[in-house]
Ligand binder design. Structure first.
Ligand code: HEC
Ligand code: HEC
Length: 513
């Protein structure tokens, strides 16, 4: 597991390094060979005719690029030159477009093969005849500093320049409905999540996006002299530095983080979502993936991560869940409905635990349990104009078998709030109950399976159309008084292990090496 995690980190680091590498030298590609590779690797999404209508396209948001239009999103030619540089295409094929289905191909294709693809793609829109005449002017880069970030912050909010779409905190939560030039729904990027940037969060890339805009979408150019919100070269660098500084800290997914550590505290568990006491618990962030196993399958999620903190005392355990959601989905609310998809539900989150802590590695089926392994489902919903936010306890025996408790909450209490594109929800229960047959009984020190599900109601995420995580672990960190005892056992085990190893070696002197 360690090894795999390490490889993932190294791979991610490599991607970052490659992304920032010196500009690639454009090489002539062989369009004929490019066509052959295209048919094998790209057609499934981008379509036989290059029109973006491959068999997989209907499941993808954003949809695959229609190459016949010759309009590319990530380019470094000037805003008023539609034609991208060959390097731009090369780079997108090599690195892919994070936050979309567009994969990077550096592992599978050689540089020459990627150039061949570039030559082939250009033919769809007759770009092989043309060369871009105007390049983006980078001026001289302003290094980041407190002063530059502060200047950038002011420019970002000045006249609602960027916050108009990206929201007060940059989470892309401004309340309006944006469409791209094809009439498809688009969302402003959540600028606090650099892993969703189509290019990268390197200041140079951000500078390029601010200067050029993202063609075919609502992201405008701020170098365009016709723009009322035009920015000088220097101002664009300040904003780029500010955007880099918006990055979420401590709330990114780390493959090595698989355990939610509940921290033991003295006194009451905080009831308010913004209570400083929560900061005692180290947050862990998990990837949410769309539920594509049970019917209705679902391929186009809006939210991608959920962060968890946990605290407990001698009586109760409580979780603070936090996730970015661009829309507060309150059915019945006219403003919320005006930006939502036609079929709108409540926002919701669910925690899942086995009823019995497994002794070994055996866990219930991760989709809401199975007949032999019942689960407890803690289900919070954001409410409607008629009903408050609420929490319910369900008994799960599988995706199609979830029974709400007769008393509703099953001993759960909740608190919640939505601000600037982020939901924060508390769910709390006593550590033990008098119904051990149906309720998980929390125990200090044990590794307890825990999983999550999430719904963005405005994105028509209802019932089985949800995002999920796999099983992770929850551990109630042993209280200080128990620690010497635990480490005593660990030391004893280590000594015992060493003795066994030594005894085996001693028994077979010939093999001792
Ligand atoms: C699994 C689906 C999938 C496959 C396979 C795929 N793409 Fe894409 N591709 C996409 C999607 C989706 C987008 C649009 C992303 C966006 O709009 O943000 C895209 C966008 C692009 C772009 C546009 C870049 C830009 O700046 O606008 C290029 C170029 C591209 N793909 C080339 C390729 C090539 C070449 C292949 C085959 C080697 C390929 N793609 C395979 C899904 C795919
Ligand atoms: C009218 C709405 C609008 C305004 C104003 C706007 N943006 Fe955007 N922005 C968008 C949209 C929409 C996208 C996502 C486009 C896509 O890929 O579909 C986006 C994407 C981005 C990205 C993502 C780049 C990447 O690689 O994925 C950055 C960075 C960004 N905007 C920064 C800014 C900054 C800085 C400003 C102000 C100077 C600004 N935006 C103003 C709508 C807007």
């Amino acid at each position: 597991m360690r090894g795999v995690a390490m490889k993932l980190i190294l791979a991610a680091a490599l991607v970052v390094v490659c992304g920032l590498a010196a500009p690639v030298q454009a090489k002539p590609g062989n369009a004929e060979n490019g066509e052959k590779i295209y048919e094998k690797r790209c057609l499934g999404c981008h379509g036989e005719e290059g029109d973006g209508l491959g068999p997989a396209a209907e499941y993808l948001i954003p949809p695959p690029r229609d190459f016949t239009l010759g309009l590319y999103k990530i380019k470094t030619t000037a805003f008023d030159d539609d034609i991208p540089n060959d390097d731009d295409l090369f780079r997108m094929i090599r690195d892919g477009m994070p936050g979309t289905a567009m994969p990077g191909w550096s592992d599978m294709l050689s540089e020459q093969e990627i150039w061949d693809l570039v030559a082939h793609l250009k033919i769809y829109a007759g770009l092989e005849e043309e060369t871009p005449s105007k390049q983006l002017d980078y001026g001289s880069q302003v290094a980041t500093s407190e002063d530059s970030v502060e200047k950038g912050r002011k420019l970002f909010h000045d006249g609602d320049r960027c916050s108009e779409c990206h929201g007060a905190e940059g989470k892309g939560d401004a309340i309006k409905k944006l469409k791209n030039d094809n009439g498809d729904r688009t969302w402003p990027r959540n600028l606090t999540k650099p892993w969703t940037y189509r290019a990268s969060s390197d200041p140079k890339d951000i500078y390029a996006r601010i200067s050029v805009g993202i063609p075919n979408t609502q992201m405008p150019s701020f170098a365009d002299p016709k723009s009322k919100k035009k920015l000088s070269v220097e101002e664009r660098w300040h904003i780029a530095n500010y955007v880099v500084a918006l990055t979420k800290k401590g709330l990114e997914v780390r493959p090595e983080n698989t355990v939610v550590k509940a921290k033991r505290i003295d006194g009451e568990i905080p009831a308010a979502i913004d209570d400083q006491a929560w900061l005692q618990s180290e947050p862990v962030t998990f990837m949410l993936v769309p539920q594509i196993i049970a019917k209705d399958r679902f391929f186009t999620p809006a939210n991608d991560t959920i962060s968890v903190r946990a605290l407990y005392n001698e009586r109760d355990i409580a979780f603070l869940l936090e996730w970015d959601d661009r829309t507060k989905s309150i059915p019945g609310d006219a403003k919320a409905e005006s930006i939502a998809d036609p079929e709108m539900g409540q926002d919701a989150v669910m925690m899942q635990f086995p009823v019995t802590i497994p002794l070994g590695a055996e866990k219930p089926y991760f989709l809401k349990g199975d007949a032999g392994h019942p689960v407890n489902l803690w289900h919070w919903t954001s409410g409607t104009t008629e009903a408050e936010a609420a929490v319910a306890m369900l008994d799960g025996l599988g995706m199609a078998q979830q029974t709400p408790r007769e008393d509703g909450g099953g001993g759960l209490t909740t608190g919640s709030g939505y601000q600037d594109g982020t939901w924060r929800v508390i769910m709390k229960r006593s550590l033990t109950t008098d119904d051990a047959e149906n309720d998980l009984q929390f125990e200090e020190g044990r590794f307890i399976p825990i999983a999550f599900a999430n719904w963005d109601g405005s994105n028509s995420e209802i019932d089985s159309r949800q995002t999920i995580t796999t099983w992770y672990w929850l551990q109630l960190e042993p209280s200080a008084s128990a620690e010497p005892y635990i480490s005593g056992i660990v030391v004893a085990l280590l000594v015992f292990g060493a003795l066994v190893w030594w005894a085996r070696g001693a028994a077979r002197p010939g093999e001792a090496a």
